[in-house]
Design a protein. Structure first.
Length: 533
């Protein structure tokens, strides 16, 4: 374009004082002008057509999305691949189109009646897909074709979609995934070079990802050495000791979890069946409970999953009608869950270790809530006098809660351990007058199309959500110390939505309802004897 302008300026300077029509020689100079204008118009047409092609492609993509989601939009967006594609179209791709169309009136769009996702939504959708991919060991190429854990095929991803996934993975610190997505973006780009916004970004992010991966690999190796007992090397003044200290400063520890817990967590999330040994399973029982007058006419079905600590699964605890009431109460109040951490005092923050929305239901909110407390009291033998409100939780795209314990242990928090989300009036529930969380009651309020299991890596237990069932366990030992065997996590939801409700029972009020074992390290036991029906 600069050359064209230079030629035009020179022609104008040469002819500015001439009457071109009066001499043939002057007219011949216009041939050069004509050539320059033709070239200028060609460049403009080519540039405009490229821009128009981008607009047309976005329009066609949105029409395709609209047609694909017709019928059941909720099912469509419950697939994390589809959700990512939709959000990317309405953020990154629309932003590009809006710049091209800046001179076009867009009253309908700018009137404020149209809702657009933002960059935080895009990042969340990408992280959800990355989380599912990492936890369930899914191939990048299969995901790019819309295939995800047996669910109906999602939308295929373009080279530009793969580039965006690589960029998001890099920014989230998932360098292995970033390299995988960027390599695929490059491959798809070679097959269709028009299907990407900026091909140079692929090479830029690939170089940065490979560099960061090398650094990250060393940090992880150093972390593993520390966990395997190389503390003497860590404390030494040797070069390796210095490197290990630097690695530790990267905060590679997550409380009381270790590399074995992380690996077991992923394996259990992928498991389709219980992984408890046959010899131990033979000691577990299934029974009908009718030890309380409340249960005489309708005994409760219990399946033992572990004996010490006690972990049991109860079936048909809540009806569909009751579930719908509790969900309706919770929906207007749902907000992003927080986790608690200790940093010069007890604090709370939003964290990617827990991705869900929660709401709290108290006895005064509906007559059903006190009835639910009485029902759980009858089954567990515990008092709800110091129980927390019902915590309703809805897990959506890639929703999960990474490995954690439900007890509040400040010695662990000082090591950056994240515990459960913020409670209402935290001091009331965690003060010395209430004591710690003795037990957890977790009710599954929906079936889940894919993923969403609750796993205990120290016990090799996987529990899949079954609507109407409830999981129960003790969090502490007889001496009141948190039981590390209850370390657990909620696996990412792959497709669909997951609803649960939690109730945590505290120590106060349980003095005559629980009995301690003979040894301080033994598990708690209920005072009443179970009756078989």
């Amino acid at each position: 374009m600069l050359v064209v302008l230079f030629v035009l300026i020179n022609l104008i300077c040469l002819l500015v004082n001439g009457e071109l029509y009066s001499a043939l020689a002057g007219m011949e100079a216009l041939l050069d002008t004509q050539k320059v204008l033709i070239h200028t118009l060609d460049v403009y047409i080519e540039t405009t057509e490229r821009k128009l092609q981008k607009i047309k492609k976005l329009r066609n993509d949105l029409v395709h999305l609209q047609n694909a989601s017709r019928g059941n939009f909720q099912d469509f967006v419950s697939n994390p691949i589809n959700a990512f594609v939709l959000i990317k179209k309405l953020t990154v791709d629309w932003d590009d189109a809006r710049i091209i169309m800046s001179c076009v009136p867009m009253t309908e769009v700018t009137a404020g009646h149209v809702i657009f996702p933002d960059q935080e939504d895009l990042s969340g959708a990408a992280k959800a897909l990355l989380r599912v991919q990492q936890t369930y060991s899914l191939e990048t190429e299969a995901l790019s074709e819309g295939k995800i854990l047996g669910a109906p095929n999602g939308l295929p991803l373009s080279a530009d979609d793969c580039l965006e996934m690589g960029r998001q993975a890099f920014q989230a610190g998932f360098y292995d995934s970033a390299i995988s997505w960027l390599d695929l973006a490059q491959k798809k780009h070679f097959q269709n070079d028009s299907d990407i916004r900026n091909s140079s970004e692929i090479h830029t992010y690939l170089i940065m990802s490979k560099h960061q991966k090398e650094t990250n690999d060393f940090v992880q190796l150093a972390s593993n050495l520390l966990q395997l007992g190389f503390m003497s090397v860590y404390q030494s003044n040797s070069p390796l000791g210095g490197l290990l200290q630097k690695a530790a400063s990267k905060n590679v520890f997550v409380g009381h979890t270790n590399m074995f817990d992380e690996a077991t967590y992923r394996q259990l999330c992928q498991s389709s069946m219980h992984t408890i040994s046959a010899s131990y399973s033979s000691s577990l029982k299934c029974r009908f409970l009718s030890h309380h007058p409340y249960l005489l006419l309708q005994p409760v079905k219990e399946e033992e999953l572990w004996i010490e600590p006690k972990i049991s699964l109860f079936y048909d605890i809540i009806s569909d009608t009751e579930i719908n009431i509790m969900k309706a109460l919770a929906l207007p109040a749902l907000k992003r869950a927080e986790v608690a951490e200790y940093n010069a005092g007890l604090g709370h923050r939003v964290s990617d270790t827990r991705v869900t929305k929660i709401a709290w239901l108290r006895e005064m909110d509906h007559p059903l809530i006190p009835r639910m407390y009485r029902r759980i009291e009858a089954i567990t033998g515990l008092s709800s006098s110091s129980a927390e409100p019902f915590q309703m939780a809805n897990y959506g795209l890639g929703g999960h809660f990474h490995l954690h314990m439900d007890v509040l242990v400040l010695t662990h928090l000082k090591r950056k351990n994240l515990i459960d989300c913020r409670q209402p009036d935290t001091e009331t529930y965690f003060g010395p007058e209430m004591g710690n969380r003795v037990a957890t009651w977790l009710t599954y309020m929906s079936d889940v199309n894919g993923g969403g299991a609750t796993v205990f890596p120290r016990l090799n237990i996987t529990v899949w959500p079954k609507k109407g069932s409830a999981l129960f366990w003790y969090n502490v030992k007889s001496n009141g110390v948190g039981d590390i065997l209850t370390l657990h996590g909620a696996c990412p939801v792959v497709t669909g939505s997951k609803w649960v409700t939690n109730v945590w029972f505290h120590e106060r009020g349980q003095e005559f309802r629980l009995k301690c074992g003979i040894h301080p390290e033994s598990s708690l036991q209920q005072m009443h004897l179970f009756k078989k029906s």
